[in-house]
Design a protein around this ligand. Structure first.
Ligand code: IPE
Ligand code: IPE
Ligand code: MG
Length: 247
């Protein structure tokens, strides 16, 4: 894969892929068509991210709150996820992509969980980009599960309360071992996080793009990366002077 000469590439980009329904709506199509087009945008985004040299790409595919949608839409989205993994797993594996899944795995349907586990297992040794798929994911749920696991260890005397640090909490989240996102992009013009990576987003740059997800192209992604390169991140510190005063 050809790498592009882009400056200041974020190591981890996370995307809230929003607007499939509205993309279809403005065309007089059923929402399901928007989700289908959305899968094509996923393929293009993964390719672009890998070419740009991004280390981790996290995609918000289905939230723990999305179960509240009409049953037919939920079934449709589950079907698309299954087809995506069945059809694209070998291609992604061939491109050395490592797949990781974040979200609550308990109570997942028996036709979904084995596919997710297989995708992780098959690509475990891959060393190109890591594609993190957030499925049945909600940040508050993730934090609650992490806190429960720590509380269990404290109650069992394995961890002292004083040892509960931000690092320990990070290590108990579904994203353990994955660096925090540098850039979070949300498409469709909505400006909210909708329960996505709340802990991990502490110092992420946020970018809200008006395009609906199916219209998010390689050019839109490269444009977002160019804008990111121009952002100044401080992490609570002070600006690094670029010119000496009086010179
Ligand atoms: C994002 O598009 C896809 C998922 C949430 C699975 P939406 O389905 O939320 O589309 P809008 O926001 O209704 O347009
Ligand atoms: C966030 O989008 C979830 C995904 C993109 C999977 P939603 O469409 O569910 O978010 P809200 O309801 O507009 O906040
Ligand atoms: Mg939406």
């Amino acid at each position: 894969m050809t790498k592009h000469a882009l400056k200041n590439i974020p190591n981890h980009v996370a995307i809230i892929m929003d607007g499939n329904g509205r993309w279809a709506n403005v065309r007089g199509l059923p929402r399901s068509m928007g989700h289908r087009k959305g899968v094509e945008a996923v393929r293009e985004a993964v390719r672009t991210a890998a070419e740009a040299g991004i280390g981790y790409l996290t995609l918000f595919a289905f939230s723990s709150e999305n179960w509240s949608r009409p049953e037919s839409e939920v079934t449709d989205l589950m079907g698309l996820l299954k087809t995506f993994i069945r059809r694209d797993l070998e291609t992604l594996h061939g491109e050395n992509v490592r797949i990781r899944i974040i979200g609550d795995r308990s109570n997942l349907r028996s036709d979904i969980l084995p596919l997710l586990l297989e995708a992780e297992e098959r690509t475990r040794g891959n060393t190109s980009i890591q594609l993190v798929i957030a499925f049945n994911y909600g940040s508050r749920d993730e934090i609650a599960r992490a806190v429960r696991s720590i509380a269990g260890d404290v109650a069992a005397g394995q961890i002292h309360p004083a040892d509960v640090t931000p690092e320990l909490i990070s290590a108990r989240l579904d994203t353990a071992g994955i660096p925090d996102p540098d850039l979070i992009i949300r498409t469709s013009g909505e400006e909210r996080l909708s329960n996505f990576l709340l802990w991990q987003a502490a110092y992420a740059e946020l970018m809200f793009i008006p395009d609906f997800w199916p219209d998010f192209s390689r050019a839109s992604f490269l444009d977002a990366l160019a804008k990111f390169a121009g952002r100044e991140r401080r992490f609570g510190g002070v600006r690094t002077p670029t010119l000496a005063v009086g010179s």
